[in-house]
Write a protein that binds this ligand. Structure first.
Ligand code: AP5
Ligand code: MG
Ligand code: ZN
Length: 217
């Protein structure tokens, strides 16, 4: 099974991908996470991507399609992929078709997380993650059960993304509207798009996605 989670910044793509990993043994392929790792490691890709990401603009199609292909090759043939934050432009959607076909994979669903844009700035500016294992949290919607202690690994250090400020979020949303939303009709024409209410509770959103994966939704 290969699926795309599509939605604007803060829609819950990463949150849902990580829940599907835990529950289904699928693997999350997040170009945002890969690029952040490259920035942290100071690789040539990271050096190119850093300023672009901090401005909330899109990194080049060649770079992201390259890293997605590499990561897919690390998965076993039987392992399902959850594309999170990729594809984001029409050329990336075309590259993904090639990348999947070359590996004998087919796209099963494109799941659009439909959200109210006004909620997104609050979601993003309240977001933080465990510095050790990467588990995601939110100041208002998902605090650790024990204050300042990661639910997953018990670490006490947390971090926030440099692009999670209001100004950059606005640019990221503009980029989404201009370049990413227009790829939906491509998938719509193939009958692959399913819509999920991304404003529901985190667990309800997962249930709705699982219903689709199980052919119930
Ligand atoms: P990327 O990392 O993909 O960021 P994004 O698309 O802006 O999306 P986010 O990660 O901000 O949001 P999300 O949908 O994952 O939400 P989350 O689950 O965390 O990309 C970052 C940058 O990298 C881009 O700007 C670009 O520069 C570059 N890049 C990446 N991919 C690229 C590509 N393919 N091409 C070119 N450039 C690329 O949820 C947000 C918060 O809300 C969390 O705190 C969460 O706890 C909370 N939350 C989630 N769901 C709910 C809910 N149902 N109710 C209440 N709270 C919720
Ligand atoms: Mg994310
Ligand atoms: Zn942790």
């Amino acid at each position: 099974m290969n699926i795309i989670l599509l939605g604007p910044p803060g829609a819950g793509k990463g949150t849902q991908a990580s829940r599907l990993e835990d529950e289904r043994g699928m693997v999350q392929l997040s170009t945002g996470d890969m690029l952040r790792a490259a920035v942290k490691a100071g690789t040539p890709v990271g050096l190119k991507a850093k300023a672009v990401m901090e401005a909330g603009e899109l990194v080049s199609d060649e770079i992201v399609s390259g890293i997605i292909g590499e990561r897919l090759d690390e998965l076993g043939d039987e392992t399902g992929a959850i594309f999170d934050g990729y594809p984001r432009t029409a050329p990336q959607a075309a590259s993904l078709d090639t990348i999947l076909a070359e590996r004998g994979r087919t796209l099963d669903h494109v799941i659009e997380l439909v959200v109210d844009e006004d909620a997104l700035v609050e979601r993003i500016t309240g977001r933080f993650t465990c510095a050790s294992c990467g588990e995601g949290y939110h100041d208002k919607f998902k605090l650790p059960a024990v204050a300042e202690t990661c639910d997953q690994c018990g670490a006490h250090e947390f971090k926030r993304r440099p692009d999670d400020n209001e100004e950059t979020v606005r640019t990221r949303m503009t980029e989404y509207r201009a370049k990413t939303a227009p790829i939906l009709p491509i998938y719509e024409a193939r009958g692959l798009v399913k819509r999920v209410d991304g404003m529901a509770d985190i667990a309800h959103v997962t249930d709705a996605i699982e219903a689709i994966l199980d052919g119930r939704g």
